[in-house]
Design a protein around this ligand. Structure first.
Ligand code: ATP
Length: 475
């Protein structure tokens, strides 16, 4: 132990409760529609959460789209022609198995409820048979009824997760449309448009970010599973002969991204999905799983989808979605696809869980410092300007300094409470640097810069401050 003792409690609901409470208290994430009693697991991103979310989205876009010559972006409509969902198979098969307690009518996902063992057997004929076993003594989490299959627990039904609405003034079957449950299909449907206009050659990718909607049976665990969520993903089109090496390449890139997001590699698991559990068209799928306080569960996914999607859309729409090899004009084929899929909300959740830290300061019985150790690029506020007092003689220096620095970085200006309390507030929101303007500043034209992680303070000339901070924030 040095002068600070790390007392972060890892794992368990303790960490989750602390993060959820900090998010509410400091303005990262609020329960959705809170003044009306909320709306079943919906969440709103507050002033700091909005910045954090934007930082992750923008960095992803810069890294995977703008800084690569083999990737282009797409920003597509949320509601697509329902034929898209017929071709993709979502209308027929985007289901979760649902079971219902006969006593209280609470509904659960059969494949994710403790005490229930749900399995799907795929026969060589293509027919699937579903099995459910209920462990002896399993009780309904809602009413406590002991479950017996067929007696107190209904047999599983397939529940389609597509969220329906109607387009136009008449609420008729003919006008039924669906909010997209994933963003991938827009990239397949626009493949030809993008190919013709961008003149890209294989291999190349189409990337997209945006909302997706799923009528989840059991949303929960804060922002882990919600009915409305954000995805960032790309479809990387390849010649099928290259699929294995391209898959490995994107797996490495996903690991690099997670490292840069601040995720400890020991908390990650790269799980090869077995043949039985993979989609029938996929020759390899890796689930990227994370040790959340509520268990090891999916964070991202990486799938080799073959030519299933383009082929299916070509058949159903009649459009020609083939690619002509520029070296050999006779070689026409439907490109294959590798799909790395990054859930934005789960990225935010792991960034919050990884960053949360508590340390006890030696010599101070009561004092526990809560600090969000975000990587600097993730931190919602980069620099806080803290005049030591509210007096005008400091404000005339601090306010123009804030005006200048906030053109370069996201800044906060805080002149209330003691300087110690203000430092702690900034630590709790993860601000990497605090700049204190004090009475000496008037004479020496310098400020004190305090580092969030080391708590070390340095005197820096105001004239050199933006260069100093730029250097630190990009290192
Ligand atoms: P899960 O098994 O957790 O339901 P999934 O396998 O259905 O996830 P995909 O269809 O592969 O998930 O979706 C891609 C990514 O979207 C996931 O890796 C995850 O990050 C995110 N995601 C999926 N469903 C939700 C949800 N309901 N809320 C928040 N993020 C989600």
């Amino acid at each position: 132990m040095t002068d600070k003792e790390n007392i972060k409690k890892t794992g368990g609901s303790d960490l989750m409760d602390k993060v959820v409470s900090l998010c509410k208290r400091r303005g990262f994430i609020f329960p959705g529609s809170e003044i009306y009693g909320g709306l079943q697991n919906s969440w709103d991103y507050g002033p700091l959460g909005a910045e954090l979310k934007k930082n992750i989205k923008d960095e992803w876009w810069n890294r995977f789209v703008r800084q690569r010559s083999d990737m282009v972006g797409l920003d597509a409509a949320l509601i697509m022609n329902p034929k898209v969902w017929e071709a993709s198979g979502h209308l027929a098969t985007f289901n979760d198995p649902l079971v219902e307690c006969k006593k209280c009518h609470a509904r659960y996902r059969a494949d994710q409820t403790p005490g229930l063992a749900y399995s799907v057997e795929k026969l060589s004929t293509g027919i699937e048979t579903k099995h459910l076993a209920v462990a002896q003594g399993t009780k309904c989490a809602s009413c406590g009824e002991i479950w017996f299959l067929g007696k107190t627990l209904e047999s599983p039904k397939q529940f389609n997760l597509m969220l329906k609405t109607f387009l136009g003034p008449a609420q008729e079957q003919a006008n039924t449309v669906y909010f997209r449950p994933e963003i991938a299909q827009a990239m397949f449907v626009n493949f030809k448009n993008v190919l013709d206009t961008s003149r890209k050659r294989l291999p190349f990718g189409i990337a997209s970010q945006g909302s997706a909607f799923r009528n989840e049976i059991t949303p929960g665990n804060f922002i882990f599973r919600t009915r409305e969520f954000d995805l960032m993903e790309f479809e990387y089109f390849i010649n099928p002969k290259d699929w294995e090496k391209t898959f490995e390449y994107w797996l490495t890139e996903m690991k690099r991204w997670l490292h840069d997001l601040g995720v400890t590699s020991e908390h990650l698991h790269f799980v090869e999905v077995s043949k039985e559990d993979r989609a029938h068209y996929s020759q390899r799928t890796v689930d990227v799983e994370y040790d959340y306080p509520f268990g090891q569960k999916e964070l991202y996914g990486l799938a080799y989808r073959g030519d299933f999607d383009l082929k299916s859309h070509a058949e159903k729409s009649g459009a020609d979605l083939t690619y002509t090899d520029p070296e050999d004009q006779k070689n026409k084929f439907i490109p294959h696809v590798i799909e790395p899929s990054f859930g934005l909300n789960r990225s935010i959740l792991v960034a919050l869980l990884e960053a949360y830290d508590e340390e006890k300061i030696a010599g101070d019985e009561e004092d526990v410092r809560v600090v969000m150790r975000f990587p600097k690029w993730v931190a919602p506020v980069k620099v806080a300007i803290l005049p030591l007092s509210k007096k005008d003689e400091l404000a005339v220096i601090a306010k123009p300094l804030y005006a200048h620095l906030s053109k370069l970085f996201v800044c906060d200006y805080d002149e209330t409470q003691s300087i110690g309390k203000r430092y702690r507030r900034q630590d709790e929101i993860g601000t990497p640097y605090c700049v204190t303007v004090d009475f000496e500043t008037i004479a020496d034209k310098s400020v004190t810069v305090r580092d969030r992680d080391t708590m070390k303070q340095e005197r820096v000339l105001i004239a050199e401050l933006d260069r100093y901070l730029s250097g630190k924030l990009t290192s």
